[in-house]
Ligand binder design. Structure first.
Ligand SMILES: Cc1cc2nc3c(=O)[nH]c(=O)nc-3n(C[C@H](O)[C@H](O)[C@H](O)COP(=O)(O)O)c2cc1C
Length: 261
């Protein structure tokens, strides 16, 4: 890595922050975060997402509950909700009397990817301004209640939230998978995965951030191996609990007019 490059140094310093001081975020900085997010690439420039700022204390408290009782959602000075949005585009077609195929998988992917790219850039913009934050997928735990609370029209759903504020203390940087696990040349290389994952399990075990965070231990009474990233992640992928794989999402999205075809 080029450690001389200040932008790369900044990007590689990312760590999610979940604890904030009482310092508020001023409206100029809020606008800068949103306009910087808008500079993200977007599929065919359709810009199929919307961002809702929430500062109201009671609303943030309710959002915190709906996101699985995540305290930082209530305590952050600014909570952003990133929505995949095909509603705005549907209006263009409606006023012209054209068909609109918002129920197809492709526009769903377009809107969700656009939204995620904008969210990533928003977090970086906030960090560049000295803030910290964390994305909140917990917003998909109770998607209908979220849609009602934020008065989302059909063809819009909340992909993720983002708690933002000034971090009380600098969060630790979490190691990532060895590059060999996910970076291949010319073709996908299945053979390099297991070794790289085993190496990562050792690293994560040393860091210790998964200790005490076992997923559904009651389901795995006979497990006596190393509880590290691969065991944790495998259990998450085997869980249909509301806060994990969120099995309620398909019917919710279809009710919104999305992902039917
Ligand atoms: C789409 C998305 C949703 C996330 N949802 C949550 C969440 O609901 N609660 C939380 O504490 N962290 C959440 N995170 C943060 C991840 O847990 C975090 O990015 C990951 O553990 C890596 O840590 P780091 O960002 O500090 O490097 C989310 C991250 C992403 C990208």
């Amino acid at each position: 890595m080029d450690t001389e490059n200040p932008i790369l140094t900044f990007l590689n310093g990312h760590a999610s922050a979940r604890q904030f001081t009482d310092q508020t975020i001023n409206e100029d900085d809020e606008r800068t975060i949103v306009t910087t997010a808008q500079r993200s690439p977007t599929s065919s420039n359709v810009q199929a997402y919307s961002i809702i700022s929430v500062r109201d204390r009671l609303k943030k408290a309710r959002l915190a509950e709906l996101c699985g009782n995540q305290a930082h959602v209530a305590s952050c000075p600014l909570f952003l909700v990133f929505c995949a949005d095909l509603y705005r585009l549907s209006r263009l077609n409606e006023t012209r009397g054209y068909d609109f195929y918002g129920e197809y998988t492709e526009p769903f992917i377009i809107a969700t990817v656009d939204c995620a790219l904008a969210a990533g850039r928003a977090l970086q913009a906030a960090q560049a301004l000295g803030m910290g934050g964390v994305m909140v997928g917990g917003i998909r735990n109770n998607p209908q209640e979220i849609a009602d609370l934020l008065e989302l029209p059909d063809l819009v759903y909340a992909v993720m939230g983002m708690s933002l504020g000034y971090p009380g203390r600098q969060p630790a940087i979490k190691p990532r998978l060895p590059r060999a696990a996910l970076h291949f040349h010319e073709t996908y290389d299945v053979s390099s995965i297991d070794t790289a994952v085993a190496e990562y399990d050792e690293t994560i075990d040393e860091v210790g951030y998964l200790r005490g965070r076992e997923v559904e231990p009651e389901r795995y009474p006979d497990f006596n191996g190393l509880y590290s990233w691969s065991e944790h992640t495998a259990r998450r992928m085997a869980s249909t609990r509301k806060g994990t794989l969120r099995p309620h999402l398909l019917s919710f999205l279809q009710k919104r007019g999305l992902l039917k075809k």
